[in-house]
Design a protein around this ligand. Sequence first.
Ligand code: SAH
Length: 361
Amino acid sequence: MSNAVSPDATLAERLARAITLGGPISVAQFIATANTAYYASRDPLGAEGDFITAPEISQMFGELIGLWLADLWLRWAESLIDPPPKLPAYLELGPGRGTLAQDALRAMKRFDLAPVVHFVETSPSLRKAQIAAVPGAKFYDSYKDVPTNTPLLVVANEFFDALPVHQVVKGDDGWHQRLVGCQDTLFLPIAGKRVPDDVIPTDLRAAPLGSIIETSPLSVIYVEALAARIRAQGGAMLMIDYGYAGPAVGDTLQAVRAHGYANPFDAVGQQDITCHVDFATLAAAGARAGLRASTLVGQGAWLEALGIGPRAEALVSASPDRAPEVHAAHQRLTAPDQMGMLFKVLALTSPDWPEPVGFAT
Ligand code: SAH
């Protein structure tokens, strides 16, 4: 590598130089650097992109989320005698192309619910798509700037899986930070400093050599901050993602490119890096802030409980030629061997709000 970094150096060259000068970086810093560049430079969604998400598969997904929100809101509003509730804000984290919001808002409107729309989104190119889908939406860079004076209806689909995670790896002499080093512009994971055993969950400490544990402090910060707002302002937060009830042992770091899996340390900034979401840790963060956490259910069971079957049939009756497409989308979103089990749904609700539908008690 040359001594100077030219202005048109690639992200890989600049990152390699930073690591050569400053030393290895955490897995979380690596993910944050790679994903910020990735999302800023393209629209990753859809057949032409790298991956497809539930709202891009079918309008039914966003519509059912809109109905879920409207149902919760209306039951709460009905329970108030006086004064009538303030209009809530719809707040979506990482809205992609804005498709979910568009479908959910259309469904809510049928119940005369037309919330003000707020998006937390860092990617300039996706912001453009979002404002085209939902004219009038307001944008924020992070959870810090969201509205403080109205109930919040928060939605996050495949948002938390894009946030950075730290990893620790079990070595001969205990647990170590997992870091990212480089040889020229080839990035690779290496073991860093030893971490004290007491930061490792007790029941995981004896895991076998080479085991990896992940933690996402930024995800917890997001949930804690938004949950505190919901506790003070009223509302609910719905999170959908692929994930598990952790903390648990497992390396879920992966990259997706052109609809296939790729090495997450390759092609920095040119592929989507994700990790599975530890929903139990997020539920606990919400509960600490005073919210009620739902059970964790599979996306398939949740969508069936909300009536995706009848919704699909209604779409087919309205346009019979769409039957194959609608049935395929229904399957893809709910079948256990497709998105139905791997993707999970968690709701956090204000303690004085009604029970949300779709969750087994
Ligand atoms: N929810 C959408 C898109 C999922 S992709 C869907 O279901 O189709 C992840 C989204 O989160 C993108 O919009 C991406 O730009 C955004 N994002 C990723 N990291 C972010 C961060 N740190 N802050 C805000 N938005 C982020």
